[in-house]
Design a protein around this ligand. Structure first.
Ligand code: FES
Length: 679
């Protein structure tokens, strides 16, 4: 026998190879995904494999005990130094000596699949832009004069088929001492852009580098900045952390920041500095937390809305504050992090900003699209990312539309009389008995309901402090279901509703949920003003979705995906009672968690994902709500709970909304039809 059959699992790839062929070589020839940093020198241990022995009827082979060459000195040396798991061999050392079945464990695969945590977990494939390569560089020779960098390039070309490289001054400065220290054996971190061009040398170490290789997926929001430190070799998130966006001092919402830039010469520069410094501080804290060095962080992928995008890049956002809302550029941007004056990463670290979809629909929405991929959906899916602005995507594999809608901060508990951020002590769930009209609730930080034994003791520490965003949605929806609020959004009086908890407040009424004033605590109510604020927010959200549905020519969606931290906590039934989202089967309303952050992580771990989202964004059809006349009409119709015109048949099957009306003819002093656009 001069050759043997080699079968790799889990890929199932197979081929015949001459006896004596190293397993790594066989894997490469078959296109099997087997990692190697040292190029087969037996020092990196990335090429580990597990040979199987015995009968493999499925593959029709019997593997003899000597199907691979004997354990050799190189493997023994590695084993003595680091230890190889039982049954493992180094693929670059073990040679094929007979028919064999070889398993490539997940950690030896470059393009391993990483399962995402989200409920709708799809696997994501590792394909990072930055990878390590170990090379032996020819020593200089007076007779063949050439630079050290050119000989490094040649070694990468011959050993790793890297056609062309480039490097910044930082790397060139340390090239010569590193080559000599490593005795002409070095490891380089190479960054391959997803666009054609030379590979970039980001860093170089003497000998085999065994330190970390990390990237950051950063969700740069108007209120918070969140960063996920990710291992670029495994795709795992090592640690995550967030801070408040320091720009808040220039304005709570985006449009107030744009006006700050308009009114104050140099205001944009101040805000740019603030956000970059904030991000640097956050990254430094994460680095310390994970006990790594700044040098080990090679890349950052940033997702953000258009205003943050411009301010972060140092582009004056004033054009985004006025029609036609022109972006300086909507394309994805690859850059040197150093050019932003940031210091908490490797000096050669690369940055990537996802493309913006339109003047109001940013790279954060693009990241949501990358994570949820509506463009591959068989059925019509509506994806909403609820924040101060709602980003809305609607589509299926035929076409995808996008818009953003100014919901304002009510869904986050702001502008609500008893509203607060989601924090311990905040009411997050509430039920109102339809007969007695009595409420029971749960607060963040306690598993018990308020009418259960032990609740008072369990909440003694945190207290009951207010209502968070998901709590206010449940409260208003429960009030509607219990007949305390009518379809127009009016709260009834004690006489009309039959509960003393509906108490007069000015010319309107408020529903009392919890009163701790006797012990110096707060009095938590839902006021008429709160209901109006929620109506404004939900009308904006629904009207945006409805506009996209018009554009597609449908009045029905198959699925609704709620994205964003808020979306993760919201009850789909209550959201539908309010008419925040169009009618759909409840089981088809799901939460995607932090989809923008997931999208950022996908782009960080895969250059294929970067290509994919750039292509998708080019094909997404943008709808501008600000100039669309039907938006106003949809907005007005959406003011009712759940809706003045649209039917909610699926909702009707599970909930019967009381047919009450509390308008006594005096009119609603609050002017429920008012609206204003917010940033
Ligand atoms: S390829 Fe590096 S040890 Fe085998």
């Amino acid at each position: 026998m001069s050759d043997a059959l080699v079968i790799f699992t889990p890929s199932g790839k197979r081929g015949r190879f001459a006896l004596g062929t190293p397993v790594l070589t066989a894997a490469r020839q078959l296109g099997v995904d087997l990692d190697s940093v040292c190029g087969g020198r037996g020092i990196c241990s990335k090429c580990q494999i597990s040979p199987g022995i015995g009968e493999y009827s499925k593959h029709g082979v019997t593997v003899a005990a000597d199907a691979l060459s004997e354990w050799n000195a190189v493997e023994q040396r590695y084993h003595d130094k680091r230890g190889l798991k039982e049954g493992r061999r180094l693929g670059c050392q073990a040679k094929v000596m007979g028919d064999v079945v070889i398993d490539v464990p997940a950690e030896s695969q470059v393009h391993r699949q990483v399962v995402r945590k989200a409920a709708t977990a799809r696997a994501m494939t590792m394909d990072p832009a930055t990878r390590l390569y170990f090379v032996e560089v020819q020593e200089p020779d007076m007779h063949e004069p050439s630079g050290d960098f050119e000989r490094l390039a040649k070694a990468l070309r011959t050993e790793w088929q890297v056609p062309e490289i480039t490097a910044g001054l930082d790397v060139l400065r340390k090239l010569q001492p590193t080559l000599r220290e490593g005795k002409w054996r070095v490891t380089v971190a190479l960054h391959k852009d997803h666009k054609p061009g030379p590979h970039r040398v980001l860093d170089i170490w003497p000998g085999l580098y065994e330190g970390g290789l990390y990237g950051l997926a950063i969700d740069l929001g108007s209120t918070t900045i969140a960063a996920h430190l990710t291992d670029l070799r495994t795709g795992e998130v090592v640690t995550s952390s967030g801070i408040m966006n320091p720009q808040i001092r220039f304005g709570e919402d985006l449009m107030s920041r744009v006006s700050y830039a308009m009114m104050n010469p140099g205001g944009d520069i101040e805000m740019t500095r603030a956000v970059r410094e904030g991000m640097d501080t956050l990254i430094a804290a994460i680095t310390e937390d994970a006990q790594i060095t700044a040098r080990e962080i090679m890349e950052a992928v940033i997702v953000c809305n258009p205003v943050m995008h411009h301010l972060f890049l140092g582009i004056d956002p004033v054009e985004l504050g006025q029609a036609p809302f022109a972006l300086a550029t909507s394309d994805a941007i690859s850059l040197d992090i150093r050019d932003l004056g940031m210091k908490a990463m490797n000096p050669a670290a690369r940055g990537y900003l996802l493309p913006c979809i339109a003047g109001h629909v940013g790279a954060d929405a693009a990241a949501v699209a990358l994570s949820e991929s509506p463009e591959t959906s068989e059925d019509l899916v509506l994806v909403v990312d609820v924040g101060t602005n709602a980003e809305i995507l609607l589509g299926d594999k035929r076409r995808v539309l996008a818009c953003s809608s100014p919901t304002g901060p009510a869904f986050e508990g702001a502008q609500i009389s008893s509203g607060q951020r989601a924090a311990p002590g905040a009411i997050e769930k509430i039920e109102i008995d339809p007969v007695t009209k009595e409420p029971r609730f749960r607060v963040i930080g306690c598993e018990l309901w308020s009418d259960e034994a032990g609740f008072d003791e369990a909440t003694a520490q945190t207290g009951i402090t207010g209502i968070c965003g998901s709590g206010i949605i449940e409260a208003v929806a429960e009030m509607r279901m219990a007949g305390l609020v009518d379809a127009s959004g009016l709260i009834g009086s004690a006489e009309q509703t039959g509960t003393w908890r509906c108490q007069p407040e000015g010319r309107t009424h408020a529903y009392l949920i919890h009163d701790a004033t006797a012990t110096g605590g707060p009095r938590i109510t839902v006021t008429q003003g709160d209901i109006r604020a929620i109506q404004l927010a939900k009308s904006a959200l629904y009207a945006g979705a409805r506009l996209l549905m018009d554009e597609i020519g449908t009045d029905h969606v198959d699925r609704v995906v709620l994205a964003g931290a808020f979306g993760a906590h919201i009850s789909s039934k209550h959201a539908m009672v309010l008419g925040m989202i169009p009618d759909a089967l409840l089981k088809n309303v799901t939460s995607a968690g932090n989809a923008a952050g997931t999208g950022a992580r996908m782009a960080l771990c895969s250059i294929a994902a970067r290509n994919a989202i750039e292509g998708t964004v080019r094909r997404i059809h943008k709808v501008e709500t600000a100039i669309e006349p039907r938006f106003q009409e949809h907005f007005v119709n959406a003011n009712a709970l759940p809706h003045a015109v649209d039917k909610f048949p699926e909702l009707g099957k599970i909930v019967t909304l009381p047919d009450v009306s509390f308008n006594t003819g005096g009119g609603d002093s609050d002017g429920g039809r008012r609206r204003r656009r917010r940033g």
